[in-house]
Design a binder for this molecule. Structure first.
Ligand SMILES: Nc1ncnc2c1ncn2[C@@H]1O[C@H](COP(=O)(O)OP(=O)(O)OP(=O)(O)O)[C@@H](O)[C@H]1O
Length: 264
């Protein structure tokens, strides 16, 4: 019996394996970012287009090859435009992981972990209390927690505030008669930076039917940035937490505290 021909693997270097692994990781990353969004359909369309181009080229159908080839040539620029948000999200994701690790290392150098956690818990208290009371009174609210202040999304549409957080301030903003109650409050480093912000809406097709614009906005902002968001539903009083385009629905205030503590 003849042995298996391993000659194809001769000249296969360690860097080739690393190369393949990295491509696999990038494909997985891209897929997990666009999963459940309309971008998947666009990507399938592009793949189909390219497959047709390869077929007509192989069959030497010159006119069709010219037409499809023309599209493919400008395709990379078109893809950057179409997937602008996904590319942005991908880069933010990578950047976030690096900066988070750096921040944690720096903090743990000066303070021990318990002190950092205690500090965050103190800052979170008024936020959790406000969400708890707005949930009871069924006051609709949308809070975005961002690692940095992205003016493109937050300042252009909202009211700049730059104030320390307090339970009463959050409640006053979202009070039905407040001129700022519509839209989102954006919190950066435990400061309320803006209120009444209009956020990008998620176009995901997998969301529960009861989700209206407030929930879509909360999911949308976490799809295009590294922020996390909290929604208090006006209809049900339920609290939801969103991150990376995913939602934890109907969570208790203890669970909310836990999730935010892990994030901030
Ligand atoms: N793009 C947006 N960015 C931020 N907030 C928005 C946006 N669009 C709508 N909202 C907020 O959502 C409110 C409307 O919420 P809607 O009832 O459609 O959502 P919902 O997800 O069903 O939430 P609820 O359970 O509170 O009713 C608006 O009054 C406004 O405050």
């Amino acid at each position: 019996m003849e042995g298996i021909d391993l000659s194809v693997f001769s000249g296969f270097r360690l860097f080739d394996i690393i190369d393949i692994l990295l491509v696999a990781i990038i494909i997985y990353y891209v897929y997990s970012l666009i999963r459940g969004t309309i971008a998947v359909n666009i990507l399938l369309g592009v793949a189909l287009f390219y497959a047709i181009y390869l077929i007509v080229k192989q069959m030497q159908m010159r006119l069709l090859t010219e037409i499809f080839g023309g599209f493919i040539q400008v395709g990379s620029i078109a893809l950057i435009v179409v997937f602008q948000q996904e590319i942005r999200r991908f880069l933010l994701h990578v950047g976030k992981n690096i900066s988070m690790k750096r921040k944690k290392i720096i903090w743990s150098f000066f303070l021990n972990k318990k002190e950092v956690a205690k500090d965050n818990s103190e800052h979170l208290k008024p936020i959790i209390e406000a969400c708890r009371s707005m949930s009871k009174s069924r006051t609709g609210a949308l809070l975005v927690f961002s690692k940095y202040f992205d003016e493109e999304y937050y300042q252009s549409s909202g009211e700049f505030i730059d104030a320390h957080i307090s339970k009463r301030l959050i409640e006053s903003i979202f009070h039905k008669n407040s001129p700022l109650h519509d839209g989102a409050v954006v919190i950066v480093d435990f400061k309320i930076m803006t209120a009444s912000c209009v956020l990008p809406l998620s176009d995901s097709e997998d969301l529960p039917l009861q989700f209206g614009l407030r929930h879509r906005a909360a999911i949308g902002v976490t799809e295009v940035s590294d922020a996390v968001a909290v929604v208090v539903s006006e209809e049900t009083g339920e609290i939801s937490f969103t991150k990376d385009g995913n939602v934890n629905m109907n969570i208790s205030h203890e669970e909310l505290a836990e999730l935010l503590r892990d994030e901030l």
